[in-house]
Ligand binder design. Structure first.
Ligand SMILES: [Zn+2]
Length: 375
């Protein structure tokens, strides 16, 4: 058994996921290291911030540096010197971007390698071979993810393809007989009936965990949670649930309340690049003139090295001057902040007061909305 729920409070829960690189307590947040490196932070810095898992991308790694090179280093953990849990996404999402996509057909995705100009067919079987060669702890199936705003007809096709490819991924992955876990992905856009249909079919395939994909990509937040809930109730409680691409503090807290165990997002490092940082009262942009003489840290209760060392005024100055250390210093805070919020959520679950924790947290964010309008 690779996953065990150890404490529950309503639908929120704490569990333990066992992988080839140790156990990890859920819920947890994974910084994104698509190319084998998180933006602005090293793998050593991530570990220092309390990061127990990251997510990379099998397809992107297969282009550069290539799986043959990673195999020479006995896998991705040793190549990037991160000895905790590594997930790998399939790259289906990236293959659909303009720079890669040639066409899709029932057998897979035809893409152009931007480095060589050659075209390749990525089948579900080929994609599983990449995850296996890279040696991640958790592989994600190859799925078909339409863009937000696609027609229901298009999303229906995508669901059919996602289910067919998930089955082929599972069959190939079973032949490896490895410790690598395989998670299925539930698609269906914001359509509750398609989410339900997809969830039932994917759950039948009996993966090690289940992910909710194709959400938090621009739809209104009520649609995000409505679609999530439509599929969540068909996923067995004794399996880990991963909400892909979710990384704002309030979405994470809401989702933990619904029983989500795992998150990833480039949001904390992407927003740090333009000066946006998390606080208990919501996000602030440190570039704003109101912070020019502010002697407070970003967040007064945060224990990260950035908040212990620097004032908002100094950080405002650094970002305004485009200092190259600024995105790193702000990313340290944002990643630390998410790990801290999740730790607090877990403490609340242990003490059976998660609902109170969630409500207090979300009220603070509402206050910040008013504050931001005043600025
Ligand atoms: Zn901080």
């Amino acid at each position: 058994m690779s996953f065990e729920v150890i404490t529950e409070d309503g639908d929120a829960r704490i569990g333990v996921l066992t992988t080839a690189h140790g156990t990890i307590e859920t819920p947890f947040f994974m910084p994104v290291a698509t190319k084998g490196s998180t933006k602005h932070l090293s793998s050593i810095e991530l570990e220092g911030l309390g990061t127990h898992a990251i997510i990379s991308n099998a397809f992107i790694l297969s282009l550069k540096p290539g799986v043959e090179l990673i195999k020479k280093f006995r896998g991705i953990h040793s190549f990037m010197n991160f000895n905790k849990v590594i997930f790998t996404d399939s790259g289906g999402f990236q293959m659909y971007s303009k720079s890669f996509l040639v066409r899709t057909d029932p057998d897979g995705i035809v893409f152009k390698d931007p480095f060589t100009g050659k075209t390749f067919l990525c089948t579900p079987e080929y994609n599983m071979d990449l995850h296996h060669a890279i040696g991640s702890d958790v592989a994600m199936v190859l799925d078909d993810m339409p863009l937000y705003g696609s027609s229901k007809e298009r999303i229906k096709e995508s669901v059919a393809k996602t289910i067919a490819w998930a089955k082929r991924c599972k069959e190939r992955h079973d032949t490896f007989n490895s410790e690598q876990l395989l998670f299925g992905i539930i698609q269906g856009g914001v359509f509750r009936d398609l989410r339900e249909f997809c969830a039932k079919a994917i759950v039948k395939l009996d993966f090690d965990g289940f992910a909710f994909g194709g959400l938090a990509i621009g739809e209104p937040q009520e649609d995000t949670f409505s679609a999530l809930q439509a599929s969540l109730r068909f996923v067995p409680r004794d399996k880990p649930r991963y909400f892909m691409g979710v990384g704002t503090p309030h979405e994470i807290v809401e989702s933990i309340g619904l029983g989500i165990d795992c998150f990833d997002s480039r949001y904390p490092t992407m927003t740090a690049r333009n000066g946006t940082v998390f606080t208990r009262r919501g996000n602030i942009n440190i570039v704003n003139a109101v912070f020019r003489t502010d002697k407070k840290p970003i967040d007064e209760v945060c224990a990260c090295s950035t908040c212990k060392s620097y004032t908002r005024a100094y950080l405002h100055h650094m970002v305004r001057m485009h200092e190259s250390a600024a995105p790193r210093i702000l990313s340290i805070h944002n990643i630390h902040f998410l790990h801290t919020i999740i730790s607090e959520a877990k403490e609340a679950i242990r003490q059976q007061r998660f609902e109170e924790f969630k409500n207090n947290f979300l009220v603070m964010y509402q206050e910040e909305k008013v504050f931001k309008e005043q600025v």
